[in-house]
Design a binder for this molecule. Structure first.
Ligand SMILES: Cc1ncc(COP(=O)(O)O)c(C=O)c1O
Length: 483
C-alpha cells in the first residue's frame, strides 16, 4: 500500500494506462501519440498518457472513483462532503454563492474578498453588504475586521442568508475567527469561508485553526496553492446539511470534461496530507530557520509577530514570510526584481513587502537560497538611489473607503457601458471590477461610484505601474463606466 492509503482516482488513471487499450476516444492527442513534440518534451510522455478523459478506471466507472476519492478527502478534513474542483477556488466561490443565494438575496461580505467573489456576486445577482477591513497603514495590507461591524450589519440586514469572509489573508494574517463564526451562526446565517490560502491549517495542530474546526458551513481550499495538487485544483468542503442547490450550482459551472490530471493530483495531494502533521511540522521548522536568518539581516523585518503582539490580528501562518524591505529603501517590486536576479522567485510583491511561501516541499537548500538572496538584497543599494521608495514614502497607500453603491453588481455589469479617461470618472458608476493583482482584492466593483479617494488610489496604482485585473484597459488610462 502506498503512503496515504487508498488513492482510488489516481489508481484508476494508472490502471487505464496499464491496460494499453487502443484509444478511440478523446483527447485527440491519443495519449500523446499525436502530441506536439516541444509540448511532449516539456510535459513528458506520462502526462499525455494520464490525460485519458472519461475512460479513467477502464471498465470501472470514473465517476464512482471520483466520489470515493472525494469521500476520502472529506474524511481527512472531518467534513460531510468534499468536492474536487478543476477551476480553482474561483469555481468554489462561484458555486458557494450560486448554491446558497438567489438573485436579490443579501450577503454580508468582507471587503478584502478576492475578485472571484465579486464575479460570484454578479453571477448570482446578490446584493452585497460589505464589511470594511482594517488595513495596516504602514504597509497597506489587510489585517481583518472588527467583529462589531459584522454584528451591526447582521442586525441591520436580518434577511441576509449568509456571511462570506476571507481567512487567512494572502500574507497569512488571521483575524479572530471563532467569535465571528459564533456570532454569524447565532444570527442564523450560513458561514462561507474563502480559505484559499489555508488548506494546511486543519492538517497540523501548530498552525492557526481552520474555519472548518470552528464550524464554518462551506469552506474553499486552493489545494494547488499550498498543497501538492496541480494548478487550478481546489477543494470545496461542506459541513452539516448541504445547501440544497449546491451540487446543481457546481454542475452548472464546471466542465463536463474535468482534467484527469487535476483530479488525480487532488487525490494524490489528499493522500500525501494524511501525514499533514509531520509534513507541516517540517515546513514550520524550516520557516522558523528562514525567519531567524532573514530577521538578522540589516534593513529587513518580518510582518506578523508584531501584529499579533499588538492585538491587530489573532494569529499568523509562519510558513508565509511577509518580508518588509521598507527600511532598505526598496519598494517591494524592486526587491522582487532584485531577488529574481539572485535566482529567487517570490510569490508576490507589493508596496513595501515581498511574500515568500515555504511548504512541506522545501528543505534546507531552499532556506539557504532564500537567506542568501535576502543577504544580497540587504547589502545592495536600492536602484536609482531609492528614488521610487522615496516617492512612495510620501503617499497614502491605504486603499480607499468602500465606495457608495448605486446599482447591484449584476445590474451594472449588464448595463450598456462606455470607456472614460480615469480623470473624468468622478461620480460615474463603475461597470468593471478593478483589482490590483495579486492579491486581487477589488478597489471598486460594478455598481459602485468612483469617488475622489478611489480615483486618487487608482492614479497611485497607475503611477507605480501596478498590475490590475478585471479591466478593459490594464493601463488604467481609461475605466469602464455605466453609460
Ligand atoms: C483569497 C483568494 N481567494 C480566491 C482566489 C482564487 O483562487 P484560485 O486561483 O484557486 O481560483 C485567490 C487567488 O489568488 C485568492 O488569493
Amino acid at each position: 500500500m502506498l503512503r496515504g492509503g487508498s488513492i482510488p482516482y489516481l489508481e484508476g488513471v494508472l490502471k487505464y494506462i496499464k491496460s494499453r487499450a487502443a484509444a478511440f476516444h478523446t483527447p485527440g492527442h491519443k495519449q500523446g501519440k499525436g502530441a506536439y513534440a516541444p509540448l511532449s518534451l516539456l510535459l513528458g510522455e506520462k502526462c499525455f498518457q494520464a490525460d485519458v478523459g472519461d475512460e479513467v478506471g477502464g471498465p470501472e466507472d470514473g465517476d464512482e472513483l471520483l466520489r470515493r476519492a472525494e469521500a476520502l478527502a472529506a474524511r481527512l478534513y472531518g467534513v460531510d462532503r468534499t468536492y474536487f474542483l478543476v477551476n480553482g477556488t474561483t469555481s468554489a466561490i462561484h458555486g458557494m454563492l450560486l448554491g446558497v443565494l438567489a438573485p436579490g438575496d443579501e450577503l454580508l461580505i468582507s471587503r478584502n474578498m478576492h475578485m472571484a467573489a465579486a464575479a460570484g456576486l454578479i453571477l448570482a445577482g446578490v446584493e452585497p453588504v460589505f464589511i470594511p477591513v482594517k488595513w495596516c497603514p504602514s504597509f497597506g495590507l489587510p489585517l481583518g475586521w472588527e467583529i462589531d461591524q459584522w454584528q451591526q450589519a447582521g442586525e441591520e440586514h436580518p434577511k441576509a442568508k449568509g456571511a462570506f469572509l476571507v481567512y487567512p489573508s494572502y500574507h497569512g494574517f488571521c483575524p479572530p475567527l471563532a467569535p465571528l463564526i459564533d456570532l454569524i451562526k447565532a444570527q442564523g446565517k450560513l458561514v462561507l469561508v474563502d480559505e484559499a490560502h489555508g488548506p494546511h491549517f486543519a492538517l497540523n495542530s501548530s498552525l492557526p485553526p481552520s474555519a472548518l474546526e470552528l464550524g464554518a458551513n462551506l469552506v474553499a481550499h486552493s489545494a494547488h496553492k499550498i498543497l501538492g495538487a496541480l494548478t487550478q485544483s481546489s477543494f470545496l468542503h461542506v459541513q452539516g446539511k448541504s445547501p440544497e442547490r449546491l451540487g446543481r450550482a457546481l454542475e452548472l459551472l464546471l466542465s463536463t470534461s474535468p482534467s484527469p490530471l487535476l483530479l488525480a493530483s487532488l487525490d494524490g495531494a489528499r493522500a500525501q496530507m494524511e501525514e499533514g502533521e509531520r509534513l507541516w511540522d517540517r515546513a514550520l521548522n524550516l520557516a522558523r530557520m528562514a525567519r531567524e536568518r532573514i530577521e538578522k539581516l540589516p534593513g529587513l523585518s518580518l510582518l506578523g509577530p508584531d501584529y499579533v503582539a499588538k492585538g491587530m490580528i489573532a494569529a499568523f501562518d509562519p510558513t508565509k514570510l511577509a518580508v518588509s524591505v521598507k527600511e532598505l529603501g526598496y519598494t517591494g517590486w524592486e526587491a522582487a526584481a532584485f531577488l529574481r536576479r539572485c535566482g529567487v522567485q517570490v510569490e508576490m510583491a507589493d508596496w513595501w513587502t515581498v511574500l515568500c511561501l515555504l511548504t512541506y516541499a522545501d528543505g534546507h537548500a531552499e532556506v539557504d537560497a532564500l537567506a542568501s538572496g535576502f543577504a544580497q538584497l540587504s547589502a545592495a543599494p536600492p536602484p536609482d538611489g531609492g528614488a521610487a521608495a522615496k516617492r512612495l514614502a510620501g503617499e497614502d497607500i491605504t486603499p480607499p473607503a468602500i465606495p457608495p453603491r448605486m446599482l447591484s453588481p449584476r445590474e451594472a455589469f449588464f448595463r450598456p457601458r462606455s470607456q472614460v479617461p480615469l480623470e473624468r470618472a468622478l461620480g460615474r458608476i463603475a461597470a468593471e471590477i478593478i483589482a490590483p493583482y495579486p492579491p486581487g482584492s477589488p478597489v471598486i466593483i460594478p455598481g459602485e461610484v468612483f469617488t475622489e479617494e478611489v480615483l486618487d488610489y487608482l492614479e497611485l496604482l497607475r503611477s507605480f505601474q501596478v498590475k490590475v485585473r478585471g479591466v478593459d484597459d490594464p493601463s488604467l488610462a481609461e475605466v469602464a463606466v455605466v453609460a
